[in-house]
Ligand binder design. Structure first.
Ligand code: ZN
Length: 258
């Protein structure tokens, strides 16, 4: 037991010593003086490279089911995937399910995103965004038309998460490719912070505002089994204060005095 305690003590000393050395080194790399080192109370903002994790951590990705594989393979890169509808019981069940993360290395991912793109840009039923559950695939993949970028390109996002939302809300009209002949006024957060992966699996973080932020919120709601009509229903029972009569910006009533 004593032997074990001694070993643990040495391990602690070695770890503390190593950590101090790493912090001091990284501070130097960041151009900070020794006086600004952690010992003076200053916290170096640069993480030591030696402590970086060298392997990717899988977090919740599930392989596609055989049914999903068959659906994706049901056509080639020139054929769109049909958009499922909330009026069909089996399809509504998929729209109401919570999606899983997708592995960026999934071999069928390029075919899935291409066929989703063809669906959202279909001239018969064009949209400004689409989520994988809308083509019957319960995986966290979306396309969003970036109205906030030059040329307004469609872009694809894997495993998107909203990590922050502004208290300021924006009211605007929405529709959905999966809910025919229905439009409604929805309040959405004016600004969001988004974390996502690209097709190479590289993580990105972005601050997005306005109508483009609305599209992201609508599509990420799909990944959680939430439709825009659900948002309208839940907002009916809330009270909001309009900030400005010219622009449809709102705050929840309880935030009015802040
Ligand atoms: Zn939709």
């Amino acid at each position: 037991m004593q032997f074990l305690c001694c070993n643990v003590l040495w391990l602690v000393i070695l770890l503390v010593g190593g950590l101090s050395k790493c912090l001091a080194q990284s501070c130097r790399e960041a151009g900070l003086t020794q006086r600004q080192s952690p010992s003076s109370g200053y916290r170096c903002p640069v993480l030591p490279g030696e402590q970086g994790l060298l392997v990717a951590v899988r977090s919740g990705e599930k392989p596609l089911t055989n049914t999903e594989r068959s659906l994706i393979r049901s056509g080639d890169t020139t054929q769109l995937l049909r958009v499922i509808q909330d009026t069909v019981a089996d399809e509504a069940r998929i729209l109401r399910a919570v999606s899983d993360d997708i592995d960026p290395d999934e071999p069928l991912l390029p075919l899935l995103v291409k066929r989703m793109y063809l669906a959202v840009t279909d001239t018969l039923h064009p949209g400004v965004g689409i989520a994988a559950p809308q083509v019957g695939i319960s995986r966290n993949v979306i396309w969003v038309k970036r109205f906030d970028k030059p040329g307004e390109p469609f872009e694809r996002y894997l495993n998107p998460r909203i990590t922050w939302r502004s208290k300021l809300l924006r009211k605007g009209q929405e529709g959905c490719l999966s809910i025919a002949d229905t439009l409604g006024q929805v309040l959405r957060n004016y600004t969001i912070r988004l974390v996502y992966q690209d097709m190479e699996g590289v993580k990105h973080e972005e601050l997005i505002e306005g109508f483009t932020a609305v599209i992201f919120q609508h599509e990420i709601d799909h990944l959680n089994g939430i439709l825009f009509t659900d948002r309208i229903a839940e907002q009916v029972s809330q009270t909001y204060h309009q900030v400005n009569t010219e622009v449809p910006l709102y705050l929840e009533q309880r935030l009015r005095r802040q």
